[in-house]
Write a protein that binds this ligand. Structure first.
Ligand code: FAQ
Length: 317
């Protein structure tokens, strides 16, 4: 039997050849742990991310807007489910992951701890938050762990629809009345910086990047992805006549990228530690929904037991 050193060598060679790692393949414990951490945090983000938008379902202006928003929120639930399933293939149970979320042990994206104050926030969330999520997730379609990479393909297609939904709302408001344009600009002002924080700390301050790059979990670094998002979003803002709230934004002819201002990492760390504007509210709402949904889980379990028994009786007969 191969020893661990040989297995690790073969594992890394496989990664270096760009072959994906599948659930039954041998993998180092740290690779497994790294993936469980990232995929479960990603899943939690999708699930908690439904709340800021759910807040606007009953107030969306008109049936069309309501239907689209509802479909988007349902998609986010689906993304959470694909991701929990991908994490389960690594040997962690759904209960363990949900327990970590409920008790506040697990992280989820900082972005979902900000409030959605106006209808324009639905535009800003779709345009900026989904926009940032896609930039990150397109790279993850080529992540080394097969089940995670495959989940990303469908998620990216849906996120792309979400980004357009948000941009459409912003474009519509930006060419509306003075008040509507102000509302759109105000939403952009509040969501811009939290959106660029979604990519995580600068590369030099990102403890997980080393292994993530070595194992090709991350194909591109936090800063590379953040820069890509900034470069493309500035043009989108220009087209609809809104202004990115960063006085230091400047085109750099040498790098062919925009330079941007200082990110407020103190705010980011504060939100990640649980002290953002809505952290407490998000967890409370999740826990309340979890408790109220206990009867659904019990009923589903009772039905599964009944069905299995019936199948056994049919086989025995
Ligand atoms: N928020 O060493 P790194 C969406 C933590 S999906 C909170 O750089 P890493 C769809 C990080 O976990 C959005 N914590 O970490 C949607 C680590 O702590 P740990 C979610 C953050 O993993 C739209 C520590 O800081 N997307 O929006 C954040 O290499 C609309 C050090 O950081 C994903 O999860 C943050 N923003 O890079 C849904 C994508 N950033 O775990 C509804 C997958 C960092 O060691 C509505 N994840 N931290 O205790 C990733 O690509 C990576 O995990 C990063 C972070 C890039 C997020």
């Amino acid at each position: 039997m191969d020893n661990v050193i040989d297995l690790e060598k073969q594992f890394q060679e496989k990664i270096d050849r760009d072959q994906s790692i599948e659930a039954r393949d041998w993998m180092p414990d740290d690779y497994r742990k790294h993936l469980v951490r990232q995929i479960s945090q990603h899943a939690h983000s999708e699930i908690i991310g439904m709340q800021p938008e759910g807040n606007w379902l009953s107030r969306a202006p008109g049936l069309r807007a309501k239907l689209i928003l509802l479909a988007k929120i349902q998609d986010e639930a689906g993304h959470g489910l694909y991701l929990y399933s991908a994490a389960e293939t690594l040997g962690v149970s759904r209960e363990e992951m949900l327990d970590a979320l409920r008790t506040g042990k697990a992280k989820y994206s900082s972005i979902f701890n900000y409030p959605t104050l106006t209808w324009a926030d639905m535009g800003a969330v779709g345009w900026l938050v989904d926009g940032a999520a896609i930039v990150n997730q397109v790279a993850l379609q080529r992540t080394s762990y097969g089940p995670y990479a495959r989940a990303m393909v469908r998620i990216c297609k849906e996120e792309s629809f979400h980004q357009r939904q948000g941009y459409e709302i912003m474009a519509h408001l930006a060419k509306g009345t003075t008040e509507q344009k102000e509302m759109a600009q105000d939403a952009l002002n509040r969501w811009w910086w939290p959106s660029i924080m979604m990519f995580g700390p600068h590369d030099a301050d990102s403890p997980n990047t080393g292994n993530a790059v070595k194992w090709k979990i991350k194909r591109e670094s936090n800063d590379t992805l953040r820069q890509r998002f900034i470069d493309k979003t500035i043009h989108q803002a220009d087209i609809i006549g809104l202004t990115i709230p960063d006085k230091d934004l400047k085109w750099d002819e040498t790098t062919k990228h925009y330079k941007y201002g200082e990110i407020n990492w103190e705010e980011f760390n504060n939100v990640v530690k649980g002290n953002g504007p809505c952290n407490k509210q998000r967890l409370e709402q999740y826990n309340k929904a979890f408790e109220e949904g206990a009867w659904v889980r019990e009923a589903a379990e009772a039905y599964a037991v009944k069905k299995a028994k019936k199948q056994q009786q049919e086989i025995a007969a």
